[in-house]
Design a binder for this molecule. Structure first.
Ligand code: ZN
Length: 359
């Protein structure tokens, strides 16, 4: 069950659209290959550094996409002149379309804070999306803010006690029990690899959202991973989605327009670029491991993500409101796969952080 009720809108339409997007073949993003691009800069390039023109659209700063992408060694190829662009290198393919608030990076859906704009024959992308989302995913070595290597990891089993979370009646499943089971599997796997694990709960009890973040912060966790299962009134909806904290001044994925309340900078925003790296790594690993429908890397101001002072993520592994997906989640084998996918995401993030630190 999601904590932010604003995120339900448009899921059905997105599902249809992504069937088309996913019809493209799969490629693997080779972060090490991408890191072979120029790495001398201390931070991700600003629009000016990248030599990309800057304009304002709909009250937000935008940069021209093709010159910005060239800075990352990506060649821009029109799929449909003025409307749809492919940015490509030997290992990376990014598909961008005008008016869309999502792109695909090597066929994995990544949502943007602002829609892509077409102006005078060029495509433009929000400067914040370029700087704090796509840039870090493409080149973690360019991130200026330091993140600690993940040694202490806080695993948060969503819900608990009188908060059951969402339920599946035919299979008698409570979200709170499924999240705890997966969290314990993740704990065992991580401990087996030498990580120190802090749990926000080890049994069936209610824990306030603020207290979950507090447990992570007091333990000086280097990474925070919250585990949830999803629900939607339309029971045909399935798939995996991963959330990171919404960037300051941007709206969350489920919001149709920017609000005054979006002009907020939260403690978790200090780690925006690393949240992006973690988010993409986690979404790729979990979605690949499970073979589920791709519901995308999204963002929301979930309470737990706003308050943690380390990179944080919330994984919605599957839909209990869909009986076929619930049946899979009811099996220990599948929950083991979910846990493996999450651990793979953490390990991938750790490897990218390590490579970036070595620079
Ligand atoms: Zn939940």
């Amino acid at each position: 069950m999601r904590i932010d009720p604003g995120c339900d809108g448009g899921r059905g339409l997105r599902a249809l659209r992504s069937v088309l997007i996913l019809a493209l073949g799969a490629l693997v993003l080779d972060v090490h290959a991408n890191a072979a691009a120029p790495r001398s800069r201390p931070s991700a390039p600003s629009a000016a550094e990248a030599g990309a023109p800057v304009k304002t659209f709909m009250g937000a700063s935008y940069i021209e996409l093709a010159p910005w992408a060239a800075h990352f060694g990506l060649k821009a190829v029109w799929v449909k002149k003025g409307q749809s662009l492919r940015l490509e290198s030997a290992f990376t393919k990014i598909h961008v379309e005008e008016d869309r608030r999502e792109v695909t990076i090597n066929n994995l859906r990544v949502f943007l804070g602002e829609p892509v704009v077409s102006s005078k024959g060029s495509l433009w992308i929000s400067a914040i999306d370029a700087r704090d989302l796509l840039g870090p995913i493409l080149r973690p070595a360019g991130i200026a803010v330091a993140a600690r290597p993940p040694k202490v990891i806080c695993i948060d089993a969503g819900h608990g006690g009188n908060d059951t979370g969402t339920q599946n009646k035919p299979f008698k499943l409570d979200e709170k029990s499924m999240t705890l089971d997966v969290a314990k599997r993740v704990q065992r796997l991580l401990q087996g690899q030498g990580y120190q694990v802090v749990m926000t709960r080890n049994d069936d009890r209610f824990v306030e959202l603020e207290d979950r973040a507090d447990i992570a912060n007091r333990a000086k966790a280097d990474l925070f991973v919250s585990i949830h299962f999803n629900s939607f009134p339309q029971s045909s909806i399935t798939g995996t989605e991963v959330y990171i904290l919404t960037r300051s001044t941007q709206r969350s994925t489920g919001a149709n327009k920017r609000e005054t309340s979006d002009r907020v900078s939260l403690p978790g925003n200090a780690m925006d670029p690393w949240n992006a790296v973690l988010g993409y790594a986690m979404h790729r690993q979990v979605k690949t491991k499970l073979g589920t429908f791709d519901r995308g890397l999204k963002f929301a101001r979930f309470k737990v993500l706003t308050l943690v002072n380390c990179p944080g993520i919330l994984v919605e592994a599957g839909y209990l409101s869909n009986d076929a997906e619930a049946r899979k989640i009811s099996t220990a084998d599948y929950r083991g796969d979910i846990a493996e996918g999450i651990v793979n995401g953490i390990v991938s993030y750790a490897a990218q952080l390590e490579a970036a630190r070595k620079g």
